[in-house]
Design a protein around this ligand. Structure first.
Ligand code: ADP
Ligand code: ZN
Length: 668
C-alpha cells in the first residue's frame, strides 16, 4: 500500500510513502502520520491511499520510497469536505495543500502532539433556553426563504442587506435555531473587534453550552479543547473571527458572516484567503446555507446579489422605528478661512459638543489616526521625518514623547533642528487621536474623556474596561479610531463627530471611496440608538465627494450607482478579478528586476492583462523594498492552471522573495 502524503511546507506536491504491514489497518485518509523527510521527521497528512499493487508500483517509480513511521490518530482530523476545501484553497490561493491543511488546524495538532481518539460517552450538551422573538413582518419575510432552504437542506447564498439595528442578529439566531432542530451545526463569523462579551452573550443566552466562542485572546490550550469539543459534536454553534470558518463542526448546515464587508475577513499571511470565499466553498461542499449580513455590503457581494449569484434580502426599517440620525457635513475649507490657525474642531462641532455636555448626554468622536500629530515637517525646506527602514512618515506620540513608525513600531527622538537644512522651523502637523483628546481637555476641562485606540488598549482587559465605563455613564466623551466605529450599541449617545472624513479618501487604493463610505456609515450608525434624537457631524475638506455625501444620507444605493461605473471603466472588481504578486528584497534593484522578469513572462501568456511592475506605495517596509505586479482577468475565467508553473518557478527565488495575493484587498 502506498500513501499520498502532504506536509506543511510550501512545496506544491504530494509525496509517496509505503505503508508498513503493521500500519495498514490503522492508516486512513485524513489522519496524521509521522514521516521521514530529508534528515527530519515531520507530521504528514494522508490525502490518498493507493492499494492497487500494479498502480502503486508504477506510481512509486523506480526509486526507493520510504516507509511511514507511525500513524498518529485513531480517527481522522480532516473529513472529506475539509480535504476538498483545503485542496480547493491550494488551487485558488496558490499555496501548497499541506499549508492549506495546517492553516485549518490548531497548533497542538500541527505539531503532532495530541492524537485524535473517538469520543467516549460524552453526551451532546443540552439546551432549552432558546426562545425566539416575534418577528416584524419585514423580518419574517426575510427569514422565510432561509428557513425553507434549511428545511430542505439546499445550498443557497443570501445577502442580508439590512441597515444598522434592523434586526439582522435576531434572524441569525432564529436560523441557527432551525438548523439545530434538524441536527445541523452553524458557524457564525464576526469581525474580531465585535467579539465583545455583550455580543456573544446573546448567542450564549439562546443556545447555552452548545456555543463555542473562539477569539484571539484564548490560549492555545483552550483553543484546542474547544476544537475537540466541536469535533466531537458537543458544540453545535461556533462563533469566531475568520479562522472559525475551519471549525470542525459535525453536520454543518448554516454559515453566517456578519459584517461581510469587513477587511479583517481577509488573511494577510499565506494562505491569503478570504473567509467569505472559503465559507461559500465549504457550504457548497456540505450543501449548507450561507447568510452574508451587512449594512454596507462590499461592492463584490452587492454586485453578486444584483446579478443573481446571491439572493438579496433587505431589511430597510429599524426595529422600534427608530430614526436614522441626521447627518451634517462641515466644509473644513470654509472653516479654515474663518480661522487663522487650523483647529481640530470646527465651530459647529465645538458647539454641538458643548450642547451635548450640558444636556448630560454622551459623545463619540472618531478619527482614524492614532498618535498626536500625523507628521513632523520643516516649514522652510519641506523635509518630512520618515522611518529609515520603512520609508513611511513618522507619527508623533505624546505619551512616549517620540516619533513612532506605524509599520515597524520603531521609536526615535524628536529632532530639534531640521535634519536636512539645519533650520529651526521643524513643526508638528496634522492631528491624531491623542491631539483630539488633549484639545478636548483644553476646551472642556470638566468633561470626563477617554481615548480608545491600539495605544490606549494595549493592556489586557483595557478595551472592555473603557467600554464598560462608557456604558455606565462614567465617561462623557469617547475618542477613538476605527475601534469605536463598528458594532457598539450605546443608547445614551446623542452626538457622533467625525474629525476628518478624508483620511481614508486619500489612500492609494481603488477601494478608497468604498472604505470611506463604509466607515462613515458605520460611525453614523453609532448615533440614534436610544429614544432621544441624535446628530452626526462629519468634518471634511471634500464635502462634495460622493462617498461622503451618500454616507451622510445613509444611501448605499446612491453610492453603489456612482461607484460601479468607475470600477467597470477601470476594469477593477467586481468586474474583473485581481491577483497581486509582491517581490521583496533588501536591494531595490533586485525586487524591481524580479518583478519585471515575472511581468514579462506573464505578458507572454496572451490572456492576461498585466499591470506593472510598479513600486509599492509603501516601497520600503522593515528594511525590504517591495515591487508589485498585478494581474487582471475576467471573473468567469480560471487561469490558475496556466499560472501555477510560473508561480512555482518564481517562488523558488529570483533574487527576491515572491508572495501571491489572490483577490487582494490591500493594494500596497
Ligand atoms: P442588527 O443586527 O441589524 O444591528 P439586532 O438584531 O441587534 O439588529 O436588533 C436591534 C435590537 O432590536 C436588538 O436589541 C434586538 O434585541 C431588538 N430586536 C430585534 N428583532 C426584534 C423583534 N422582532 N422584536 C423586538 N425586538 C427586536
Ligand atoms: Zn519603520
Amino acid at each position: 500500500m502506498i500513501a499520498e502524503i502532504v506536509v506543511g511546507l510550501p512545496i506544491d506536491k504530494a509525496f509517496h510513502y509505503t505503508v508498513p504491514n503493521s500500519l495498514e489497518t490503522k492508516i486512513a485518509v485524513g489522519k496524521r502520520v509521522w514521516v521521514p523527510f530529508g534528515k527530519k521527521r515531520l507530521v504528514g497528512y494522508v490525502v490518498g491511499l493507493i492499494t492497487d499493487e500494479l498502480k502503486s508500483s508504477r506510481e512509486a517509480g523506480p526509486y526507493q520510497i520510504k516507509d511511514i513511521e507511525d500513524v498518529i490518530d485513531e480517527i481522522p482530523v480532516l473529513d472529506e469536505a475539509m480535504l476538498g476545501l483545503t485542496a480547493w484553497m491550494s488551487g485558488y490561493y496558490f499555496c501548497s495543500r499541506g499549508e492549506a491543511i495546517e492553516n485549518t488546524l490548531p497548533l497542538a495538532l500541527r505539531k503532532g502532539k495530541t492524537k485524535m481518539i473517538p469520543r467516549q460517552g460524552t453526551t451532546e450538551r443540552s439546551y432549552d433556553k432558546s426562545f425566539d422573538l416575534d418577528l416584524t413582518s419585514q423580518q419574517r419575510k426575510a427569514l422565510t426563504p432561509i428557513l425553507e432552504d434549511l428545511d430542505k437542506r439546499r445550498h443557497e447564498i443570501y445577502l442580508l442587506f439590512g441597515i444598522t439595528a434592523s434586526g439582522k442578529t435576531e434572524l441569525y439566531l432564529q436560523a441557527i435555531n432551525r438548523a439545530l432542530k434538524h441536527g445541523m451545526s452553524s458557524i457564525v463569523l464576526v469581525p474580531e473587534i465585535s467579539l465583545t462579551p455583550q455580543a456573544t452573550e446573546r448567542f450564549k443566552s439562546r443556545f447555552g453550552d452548545k456555543v463555542s466562542v473562539i477569539h484571539s485572546r484564548l490560549s492555545a490550550g483552550v483553543r484546542f479543547s474547544e476544537w475537540q469539543k466541536t469535533a466531537q459534536g458537543q458544540c453545535r454553534v461556533v462563533i469566531g473571527p475568520r479562522s472559525a470558518i475551519f471549525a470542525p463542526v459535525k453536520n454543518l448546515g448554516l454559515v453566517i458572516i456578519d459584517e461581510e464587508h469587513e477587511t479583517s475577513y481577509k488573511q494577510e499571511d499565506s494562505p491569503r484567503y478570504h473567509a467569505r470565499e472559503v465559507a461559500i466553498k465549504r457550504a457548497e461542499l456540505t450543501n449548507s446555507t450561507v447568510i452574508l449580513g451587512s449594512a454596507t455590503p462590499s461592492l463584490e457581494a452587492y454586485h453578486a446579489a444584483k446579478t443573481g449569484r446571491y439572493r438579496l434580502i433587505c431589511l430597510t426599517e429599524r426595529i422600534l422605528k427608530r430614526e436614522l440620525p441626521k447627518v451634517k457635513i462641515v466644509d473644513m475649507r470654509k472653516e479654515l478661512a474663518k480661522r487663522k490657525r487650523l483647529a481640530v474642531f470646527s465651530f459647529p462641532l465645538e458647539e454641538a459638543i458643548s450642547r451635548s455636555l450640558s444636556g448630560k448626554r454622551q459623545i463619540m468622536l472618531f478619527l482614524n489616526r492614532r498618535g498626536f500629530s500625523t507628521h513632523l515637517d520643516c516649514k522652510k525646506c519641506g523635509y518630512v521625518c520618515e522611518c529609515q527602514k520603512c520609508k513611511s512618515v513618522l507619527v508623533y506620540h505624546s505619551d512616549a514623547g517620540k516619533l513612532v513608525c506605524h509599520y515597524c513600531n520603531r521609536k526615535v527622538d524628536v529632532p530639534r533642528i531640521c535634519p536636512s537644512c539645519k533650520g529651526a522651523y521643524i513643526k508638528f502637523s496634522g492631528s491624531g487621536t491623542q491631539k483630539v483628546e488633549s484639545e478636548l481637555h483644553r476646551l472642556f476641562p470638566s468633561a470626563r474623556i477617554a481615548r480608545m485606540d491600539t495605544d490606549a488598549t494595549s493592556k489586557k482587559g483595557s478595551h472592555e474596561r473603557i467600554l464598560d465605563a462608557f456604558k455606565e455613564g462614567k465617561i462623557d466623551i469617547l475618542v477613538g479610531t476605527q475601534m469605536i466605529a463598528k458594532g457598539l450599541d450605546f443608547p445614551q449617545v446623542s452626538l457622533v463627530g467625525v474629525i476628518s472624513a478624508d483620511t481614508s479618501l486619500n489612500l492609494p487604493d481603488f477601494r478608497a471611496s468604498e472604505r470611506t463610505f463604509d466607515l462613515l456609515t458605520q460611525v453614523a450608525g453609532r448615533a440614534g440608538r436610544g429614544e432621544a434624537p441624535a446628530e452626526v457631524i462629519i468634518q471634511s475638506y471634500a464635502p462634495d465627494n460622493y462617498a461622503v455625501v451618500a454616507a451622510s444620507r445613509h444611501d448605499y444605493e446612491a453610492f453603489y450607482e456612482k461607484e460601479v461605473p468607475t470600477r467597470r471603466f477601470l476594469g477593477f472588481p467586481p468586474y474583473n478579478r485581481l491577483i497581486k504578486f509582491t517581490f521583496r528584497a533588501g536591494k531595490e534593484e533586485k525586487a524591481k528586476k524580479a518583478a519585471s522578469d515575472f511581468a514579462a513572462r506573464i505578458r507572454g501568456i496572451k490572456v492576461f492583462k498585466v499591470l506593472g511592475p510598479v513600486p509599492s506605495p509603501l516601497i520600503k517596509v522593515r528594511g525590504s523594498y517591495r515591487w508589485n505586479v498585478f494581474l487582471k482577468f475576467r471573473t468567469d475565467k480560471d487561469f490558475s492552471l496556466q499560472l501555477r508553473p510560473l508561480v512555482a518557478e518564481f517562488k523558488k527565488g529570483r533574487g527576491a522573495y515572491m508572495t501571491v495575493d489572490v483577490d487582494p484587498i490591500n493594494m500596497v
